[in-house]
Design a protein around this ligand. Structure first.
Ligand code: NAP
Length: 294
């Protein structure tokens, strides 16, 4: 075979490959558009879906707030999703309904992440429904604010139980179960940098996620699993707004370069990138998504 033959051969090979890729892209775009139209009707975030390539995500604390936005966004991106709540079963069921109405697939499971047996049950339910897991988002969290002198044992203990211990139990199941090439993300907070008064114990329990992610990323070497912490700031959910006056919230908004609170979808957008095919090289990091407030 001459060099020209080889060139012609490789050209026609690359042409037919390009045609195949174009056909696949058109089919995928058509599917994505149909899914996206449904997703928009159902209130899920718009994004390109990969209908034929459904992987599986478990998102803890996804009955509302940031977790619900992440669950819907990952469903929109083509993941089957296990939604989780601790008390608001109706809200978790509604997230599942929204995902299904948009053409996705999801289940919900009540599980308190501060209970390691419940966390195992959550992942068992996911595995039973979907056969395994590719993405874990350890999002469930609570916030109790008080100056050191007024913080109660009960509030401090519950933050340690849910945020620090619960975050660990979820990451541990992720370490045991996420399939090669997957992603694990833990929710920290930009307060680990801002360090405002009254946030001490909360910030301390959230920074654990930054340490978990960095060390677990190293422990999972060879599996092409990327592990990161997401650190949002000033996101418009009840966790942030409850207990604050309008004036206090306006004061926070004034401190942000974009002069607005973040929305749960702002955080879901970044999680989508990290979980997408182009996000794998970000590994062991803390990603601060706060509109520039820190
Ligand atoms: N909002 C912010 O400005 C902000 C900033 C930085 C970091 N974060 C972090 O982002 C994450 C989500 O925050 P968010 O603002 O979306 O909070 P949110 O609106 O209060 O929602 C919290 C979610 O976590 C679930 N949850 C709470 N305790 C749980 C437990 N023990 N076991 C299982 N699920 C539990 C809740 O379920 P139920 O509905 O059943 O109660 C709910 O789905 C948290 O880890 C938070 O620390 C938030």
């Amino acid at each position: 075979m001459t060099n020209e033959d080889k060139n012609n051969g490789s050209q026609s090979e690359s042409l037919s490959r390009r045609n195949m890729l174009t056909a696949a892209a058109v089919a995928s775009a058509a599917g994505a558009m149909a899914f996206q139209a449904n997703a928009q009707t159902a209130g899920a975030a718009p994004a390109a879906a990969r209908q034929g390539d459904r992987k599986v995500a478990v998102v803890t604390g996804s009955s509302r707030g940031i977790g619900a936005a992440i669950a819907k966004r990952l469903a929109c991106d083509g993941y089957k999703v296990t939604v989780n709540c601790v008390v608001n079963r109706d809200l978790a069921a509604a997230v599942v309904r929204d995902i299904k109405a948009a053409g996705g697939d999801a289940i919900w499971e009540q599980a308190d992440v501060s209970d390691p047996a419940a966390v195992r049950r959550l992942f068992d339910a996911n595995d039973k429904a979907f056969g395994g897991v590719d993405v874990v988002v350890s999002n469930a969290g609570i916030m109790r604010l008080a100056p050191f002198r007024d913080m109660t044992d009960q509030d401090f203990g519950r933050m340690v139980d849910v945020n620090m211990k619960g975050g660990f139990y979820v990451m541990r199941e992720g370490a045991r179960r996420v399939r090669n090439g997957g992603r694990i993300i833990g929710l920290s907070s930009s307060i680990t940098q801002l360090r405002s008064p009254t946030y001490g114990p909360y910030a301390a329990t959230k920074i654990a996620h930054e340490i978990y992610a960095n060390i677990l990323a190293k422990e999972l070497e060879g599996k092409q699993i990327s592990v990161n912490a997401m650190a949002p700031g000033l996101v418009n959910t009840t966790l942030f707004t409850d207990g604050k006056t309008e004036a206090q919230i306006a004061g926070f908004v004034q401190r942000t370069p974009h002069k607005r609170l973040g929305e749960p979808s702002d955080i879901a957008d970044v999680v989508s990138v990290l979980c997408g095919k182009d996000g794998g090289w970000v590994n062991g990091q803390t990603i601060f998504a706060n509109g520039g407030v820190v």
